[in-house]
Design a protein around this ligand. Structure first.
Ligand code: PLP
Length: 405
C-alpha cells in the first residue's frame, strides 16, 4: 500500500533469497517481519500489523514485553547455560511455580525445548510407567483423538491423528490408537490390555480451535482410574493462562497424571515442559531421559517473568473478560453473516471463527489490511493474541476481519 519502492525491493530480495536457502517446508506469507512491540509488528517496508496470532500462541505478553526483556537481560549478564548434571536456580524457581499451580500430587517438572519434545516425554513416561513401575510390559499404547495435534517428531506425528501430517513418513512407530474427539464409547472400545495412557488436548488448537465437549475430560479421568491408565493432557497451546486459568484442564476440575507445556511458556523463547505426579515420575529416574538445552537459564528466566504476569489473578480475570468480549463481537458478526460464518469457538485468548469456505482468501485480505491471524484446519481462522491485547485492538481486528469476509 504505502511502501517506499526501495524498501519494497529489499523485501522482495529477502523473500527471493529465502526461497533459495530455506527448506521450503512452510507455507510462508509474503512479508518479512522486522520488529515488534506489544500487539503490533512491523515489516521491512515499515508497514504496521495488528498481531492477533502472536507467534501462534507463543507471545503471551506480546512482543518485546519490558518485564521479560529485563529478566532475560539480567540472566544474559549472569549465566546462559549449564548442563543438567548441575542444579541451577531459575530452573528450580520455574518448576516450583508450575508444579504448585498444577495441583498434581507431588508434582515434578522436566524441561525441554518445544511442544513436540514435551509430548515425547509424556509418551516415554507412559510406556516406562506401565512397563517398569507397574510391571505391565504389554501396556504400551496411547489413545489420542482424531483432529488433534501433538508435534512433528516421529512419535508425536503418529500421536497426531491427522493423515496429512503423517503421509510419506511411514513406517510410523507403533503404539497409538485413535478415537473420535468427544466419543467416550469409542474410547472405551479401544481400551484393552495393551493400553498405557490417554493423551488429549482440552481444546484442539491446530485442528480448528475445537473445545472438548463438557464433561469429556472428567469422563476420561474416570476411565483412566478404572483401568490403571495415565491421563495425559497436551497443554502446549492452552497452558500458561491462555484460557483464563493457569492450565485449561482446571476448567474441568480434574487433575491429570501428567501434562505438557511449551508455546506461551517462554513468551517466544524456546522452552517446553512436562509436569507429572510424583507417582508417574518414578518412571523416569536418573539417566532414562534428558535434554542438553532443556531448562536453559535464559529461557527459564523469560518463563518465570512471563508466568508471574500471565497467571496473576488480574491478568487471568482480564483474559477471561476479553475472551467473552471477543465472543460477543464474533457472535454479533455471525448474526450479520449467518451463512458465511458457521461457528465461533474458544476460550480466553484462543478463539476460532469457522467459515463456510475460503478462509485462506479471507486471511490474505486481512493481511493486506494490516491484520495477522492464521488458519487452524481448513475453514477456521484462529486468533491467539497476547493476553495484554486491548478491547479496542480486538474490536479493530474483528472489523478488519469482517471487511475481509
Ligand atoms: C497442542 C499442541 N501440541 C504440540 C505442539 C507442537 O509444539 P512444537 O511446535 O513446539 O513442537 C503444538 C504446536 O502447534 C500444539 O498446538
Amino acid at each position: 500500500m504505502n511502501q517506499p519502492l526501495a524498501m519494497k525491493t529489499h523485501t522482495t530480495e529477502v523473500i527471493d533469497q529465502a526461497k533459495h536457502v530455506l527448506l521450503q517446508n512452510y507455507k510462508q506469507q509474503p512479508i518479512v517481519l522486522a520488529r515488534g512491540e506489544g500487539s503490533y509488528l512491523w515489516d521491512t517496508d515499515g508497514r504496521r500489523y495488528l498481531d492477533l496470532i502472536a507467534g501462534i500462541a507463543t507471545c503471551a505478553l506480546g512482543h518485546c514485553h519490558p518485564g521479560v526483556i529485563e529478566a532475560v537481560k539480567k540472566q544474559l549478564d549472569t549465566l546462559w547455560h549449564v548442563s543438567n548434571v548441575f542444579y541451577s536456580e531459575p530452573q528450580i524457581q520455574l518448576a516450583a511455580r508450575l508444579t504448585q499451580a498444577s495441583g498434581l500430587p507431588g508434582a515434578r517438572a522436566f524441561f525441554c525445548n518445544s511442544g513436540a519434545e514435551a509430548n515425547e516425554a509424556l509418551i516415554k513416561l507412559a510406556r516406562r510407567y506401565q512397563h517398569v513401575v507397574k510391571g505391565n510390559a504389554e501396556r504400551s499404547e496411547v489413545i489420542t483423538f482424531v483432529g488433534g495435534f501433538h508435534g512433528r517428531t516421529l512419535a508425536t506425528v503418529t500421536a497426531t491423528a491427522q493423515p496429512k501430517y503423517q503421509a510419506g513418513f511411514e513406517p510410523l512407530p507403533g503404539g497409538f490408537k485413535y478415537a473420535p474427539m468427544g466419543d467416550l464409547e469409542a474410547v472405551k472400545q479401544l481400551v484393552g490390555p495393551t493400553t498405557a495412557a490417554i493423551l488429549v488436548e482440552p481444546i484442539q488448537g491446530e485442528g480448528g480451535v475445537k473445545p472438548a465437549p463438557a464433561g469429556f475430560l472428567r469422563a476420561l479421568r474416570e476411565l483412566c482410574d478404572q483401568h490403571g491408565l495415565l491421563l495425559m493432557i497436551d497443554e502446549v497451546q492452552t497452558g500458561i493462562g491462555r484460557t483464563g486459568k493457569p492450565f485449561a484442564f482446571q476448567h474441568d476440575g480434574i487433575v491429570p497424571d501428567a501434562f505438557s507445556l511449551a508455546k506461551s511458556l517462554g513468551n517466544g523463547l524456546p522452552i517446553g515442559a512436562m509436569v507429572c505426579t510424583d507417582e508417574a515420575g518414578k518412571a523416569l529416574p536418573a539417566a532414562t531421559h534428558g535434554s542438553t538445552f532443556g531448562g536453559n537459564l535464559v529461557a527459564c528466566a523469560a518463563a518465570i517473568a512471563t508466568w508471574d504476569i500471565a497467571t496473576s489473578a488480574a491478568t487471568m480475570a482480564e483474559t477471561t473478560a476479553k475472551g467473552e468480549h471477543l465472543r460477543t463481537l464474533a457472535l454479533a458478526m455471525k448474526a450479520r453473516h449467518p451463512t458465511r460464518i458457521v461457528d465461533v469457538r474458544g476460550k480466553g485468548m484462543l478463539f476460532g471463527i469457522e467459515l463456510d469456505t475460503g478462509a485462506a482468501d479471507v486471511l490474505a485480505r486481512c493481511r493486506a489490511q494490516g491484520l495477522l491471524a492464521n488458519l487452524a484446519g481448513e475453514k477456521t481462522i484462529r486468533f491467539a493474541p497476547s493476553y495484554l491485547v486491548t478491547r479496542e485492538q480486538l474490536g479493530e481486528g474483528l472489523a478488519i476481519f469482517e471487511a475481509s469476509l
